[in-house]
Design a protein around this ligand. Structure first.
Ligand SMILES: Cc1cc2nc3c(=O)[nH]c(=O)nc-3n(C[C@H](O)[C@H](O)[C@H](O)COP(=O)(O)OP(=O)(O)OC[C@H]3O[C@@H](n4cnc5c(N)ncnc54)[C@H](O)[C@@H]3O)c2cc1C
Length: 394
């Protein structure tokens, strides 16, 4: 009942880390994965962009070479090459991970895990059973992990409901993903439609908001119905699947080290990008860094923090979205009007050069950003964040 590594939560972060571990020189170590759910349904889809092959290319549901941005008076489509935008179904990822991990010394336990730190081991209690592990990686999310401090940080939600629909007429371009269609009333936060087309008659269409509060289900559905009728002339379609979700968008610090033997991963470890809600590609990078730290240092904590300048941009952009939500739409439109989409995606992936950052940041009017910067400095959000992220439990 003693393992080298224990992973709490078999979702995106837990399974990605386990997959990185088994294909590294630590592949002969024993791994325990504790997950409370069966993970036998498609509970979400993940989209991300890449310019290199990824381990998941073989299970991608769809890859798009083009990206479109639409707002009132502005509509443009770009070739993304060398990038490509791709989608993974959660269920395909869970099945793939399980079949790969079962080839190694990986034990899956179904149940609710409790975790306790120790000097030499972390202890896990699962349904009356006790396990120990040299290192534990925790992706369980608990509301008590974040005690809001609104003076310093912003707390928005990215909330959405989408329908995968089948239409009788061909209306979608299956080569082009629509990242933003902002032609909809802005409801106290950036409000848009996101379209992932699989064929001319089949697409996932999501109504998405970056705002403090979720809406009643009926309001997302009314917006979806209205959008499909107004913009595609669609009244006759079949809803094949529904996707709904809430992703935290916050610059609140998430300490990585939770104990002598415990590292936070995934959303719990602050891997969701505060200004966009994207996390999947960041989780992949983080998993590689954790394995690298284990190999080089014999412990998982020597992972580089996110680059300071991107955390700074995230904090300011989030502050504008939170405090001046009426500007969100025009800021996004001005960024996409003056920059190729591939440059914007590189920036959102924390991989742009300083010159590219300047091209992006000079596109919208400077006033709201300077005011947001002033608020952040006054609230000391940037100063405390770095310290809190480095916080170590003795
Ligand atoms: C609907 C939806 C769509 C998203 N789409 C995208 C996208 O397109 N692109 C992108 O980059 N990001 C996306 N995200 C954001 C992010 O990538 C996901 O939330 C991602 O799943 C986060 O990974 P995680 O491992 O932290 O959490 P999860 O994948 O949620 O995994 C956590 C796991 O822990 C388990 N668990 C919780 N408590 C316990 C316990 N006590 N004991 C045992 N197990 C426990 C849960 O059952 C869960 O399986 C999306 C999020 C949602 C909700």
């Amino acid at each position: 009942m003693t393992y080298d590594f224990a992973i709490l939560g078999g979702g995106a972060a837990g399974l990605s880390l386990a997959l990185e571990l088994v294909k590294s020189q630590l592949g002969n170590k024993s791994i325990l994965i504790v997950e409370k759910d069966a993970k036998d349904s498609n509970d979400r889809t993940w989209c991300f962009w890449a310019d290199q092959p990824t381990p998941y290319d073989g299970i991608a549901r769809k890859v798009w070479p083009r990206l479109r941005f639409q707002s009132e008076g502005f509509d443009r489509t770009w070739e993304l090459s060398p990038l490509r935008y791709q989608m993974l179904r959660g269920l395909d990822f869970y099945n793939y991970a399980r079949s790969e991990l079962e080839k190694h010394a990986v034990t899956f336990v179904r149940g609710l895990a409790d975790l306790e730190d120790g000097q030499d081991n972390a202890s896990l209690h699962v349904g009356g059973e006790l396990f120990a592990a040299q290192w534990a990686f925790d992706s369980r999310i608990r509301p008590s992990d974040v005690l809001p401090d609104p003076r310093r940080y912003n707390y928005l939600k990215q909330h959405f409901r989408g329908w995968e629909i089948e239409t009788t007429q061909p209306v979608f371009d299956p080569q082009t993903v629509t990242l933003f269609d902002l032609r909809t009333p802005q409801r106290g936060g950036v409000t848009f439609f996101y379209i992932l087309p699989f064929s001319p008659t089949n697409a996932l269409v999501e109504y998405t908001l970056f705002s403090p509060q979720v809406l009643p289900d009926g309001e997302y559905e009314a917006a979806l119905r209205g959008y499909l009728t107004t913009n595609f002339g669609l009244n006759d379609y079949r809803i094949l699947e529904t996707e709904q979700g809430v992703i935290p968008m916050t610059d609140h610090p998430f300490p990585r080290r939770l104990g002598r033997r415990i590292l936070a991963i995934g959303t719990r470890g602050g891997r969701v990008k505060p200004s966009t809600g994207y996390a999947f590609a960041r989780i992949q990078r983080d998993s590689r860094r954790i394995v690298d730290s284990l190999i080089r240092h014999g412990q998982p904590f020597a992972i580089p923090p996110d680059p300071l300048r991107f955390r700074f941009y995230d904090g300011v952009v989030l502050d504008v979205f939170a405090k001046q939500p009426e500007l969100g739409c025009s800021i996004l439109a001005s960024i996409f009007a003056r920059n190729p989409a591939a440059r914007v995606l590189k920036f959102l992936d924390d991989r742009s050069s300083l010159w590219e950052d300047l091209q992006i940041l000079r596109a919208p009017p400077a006033g709201p950003f300077l005011r947001a910067l002033g608020r952040k400095i006054k609230g000391k959000g940037f100063l405390t964040r770095r310290r809190a992220e480095r916080e170590e439990v003795p």
